[in-house]
Design a protein around this ligand. Sequence first.
Ligand SMILES: [Zn+2]
Length: 281
Amino acid sequence: MNEYEAIVQSLSDIDQRIRQDNTGVFTEMLILFDHVLVARTQPYSGYDGYQVGGRDLRYALVNPLSGARNTRRPYYVGNQEANISLADSEVVSMEQAWQWMTAWKAGHAAYRQQLVQQQQAWREAMEAGASDMRAREYERLRMEEEPLPPPPQIWGPVQEKAWQAEVDRGEAAANEVLKDWDSRPRWVTVVLVGNIGPCDGCKARLKVFLYDLSAEMFPKALVMVKAVYTGQEHKPGVRGDTDRLQTEYGYPDRAQQVEYRSATGTVWRPWARIVTPWPVQ
Ligand SMILES: [Zn+2]
């Protein structure tokens, strides 16, 4: 599945969830290695952040105990903003995507290491003048198709079979794409798809997420993080019960309206915005 098809699928999942629940705010996250979909999260809704781990989440960006400032948080996001928005679906989407990539990277590194060890054993045997039969045995071992480790499963309720099946297809694609290379993708694209633009807190989280991917997870890849959302390009909102926090959903600058069309003729015109690193000052 390429990026276009994956986004169409996500938009349609989210529509389905809205119909099921009659209302709601949902996001899904797509992970593409070399332009092929390798994993996706399920459509998470608001408050899933609390259910999954609240302040303990990597992208909560608050101190787990006090709720105070966390050093990973950009300077322009206040405590209140971070605390109120930490339950948002975007937080758990980022969390799950990060966990999947971490598990995948570890599994794949172990697999590559095993291959290297095998090749070394073969080389040593050849250099030591192994008998023909022994050398042929090593050659066979070396050439044998080693199964790749199974990519990790995306977290989610087991009853969500439809999405699980999609993840399984993603796994097959991931293995196909990754078969021949040196343990890392060259292009990594992560797309957050939703039916509302990210709030100010989550826009900042996406910048932290982009940093994590480019600097820590895939330092040698070209990394791109995108937000694709239906509804308004941007709209002001007020949240919180007593503290009434002002925020802005979506991007007031440089979002572009784009068209996606499903095979059955459904048309969406969401906004798309590439996430940029946060400013120093
Ligand atoms: Zn948010």
